[in-house]
Design a protein around this ligand. Structure first.
Ligand code: MN
Length: 259
């Protein structure tokens, strides 16, 4: 594979796909991201309460998700919007991890918070507004945790390096699709999730809330537990086809019994 795809990606040698470096598999506990498994990350936009988070974690684990998402530090367009629970939210994420065995992905907004969040998160998420916060990116590079870098809303193809097949063609890094923020509307999320599987993304990041109408952020695009279960059931044959195309047995999205 030519790492200088279309002549536009010459400055990304470290992440370029080459004959020697075809893919990077990110290990999170026993979970492999970027391998043959399709990994689903799901949970509320923001951590709001213990009950909200634990019930969501149990529901998504039962439906086959492997990683719990939830913002404790929230970048909001309005200063009057809910800004997140901060450290209390991180402690709730840790509690949910211990209760369900799910790994945790949560957003970090400032370089000063990197050390604290790295104590709680299995994966550090860089939000779309922070994609070009270079001080934050430098601090994350030293934190020892995997980083989920979200595409900046106005970033160019070269800045994101954008379209899933292009990313997969030029880079060895895993690509995760966020159908919730891409759609902005609950009803459009499942079909975009299906598309993500078909274009060979490595996983999904999906917003799920026990009662989306009462969510403190992004309720309009959040799935209910039932919606999420139905989406996961819908994805099953597509994931099986993806596995077939790769010549591996589909071992994904098997439902887990949560007691
Ligand atoms: Mn959100």
């Amino acid at each position: 594979m030519n790492p200088h795809w279309n002549g536009q990606f010459s400055c990304f040698n470290l992440v370029a796909k080459t004959d020697e470096k075809v893919r990077t598999v990110v290990q999170v506990g026993e979970l492999c991201i970027g391998g043959d498994q399709f990994v689903v990350m799901a949970g509320p936009c923001a951590v709001e309460s213990e009950q909200q988070l634990i019930t969501t974690a149990e529901a998504i684990a039962a439906a086959g998700a492997r990683i719990l998402r939830g913002g404790a530090f929230k970048p909001r367009s309005s200063p009057y919007s809910f800004q997140g629970l901060g450290l209390v939210g991180l402690k709730l994420l840790d509690k949910a991890r211990r209760a369900t065995g799910l790994a945790i992905v949560t957003e970090v907004m400032s370089p000063e918070d990197v050390g604290l969040i790295a104590e709680y998160a299995d994966i550090m998420q860089v939000g779309t507004r922070s994609m070009q916060n270079y001080a934050l990116l430098e601090a994350l590079g030293k934190c020892g945790r995997p980083v989920l870098l979200k595409r900046g809303m106005t970033s160019t193809l070269e800045e994101v390096i954008a379209a899933v097949p292009v990313l997969k063609a030029v880079s060895h890094l895993p690509v995760i699709v966020d159908p919730s923020h891409a759609a902005g509307l609950r009803s459009l999320v499942p079909v975009l999730a299906r598309a993500a599987v078909v274009v060979d993304a490595d996983g999904l990041l999906v917003e799920v809330h026990p009662c989306p109408d009462k969510a403190l952020s992004d309720g309009v695009q959040s799935l209910t537990f039932t919606d999420f279960q139905e989406m996961m059931d819908d994805l099953r044959p597509y994931i099986a086809m993806r596995s077939c195309a790769r010549g591996v047995r589909p071992h994904l999205l098997s439902r887990v019994e949560v007691t």
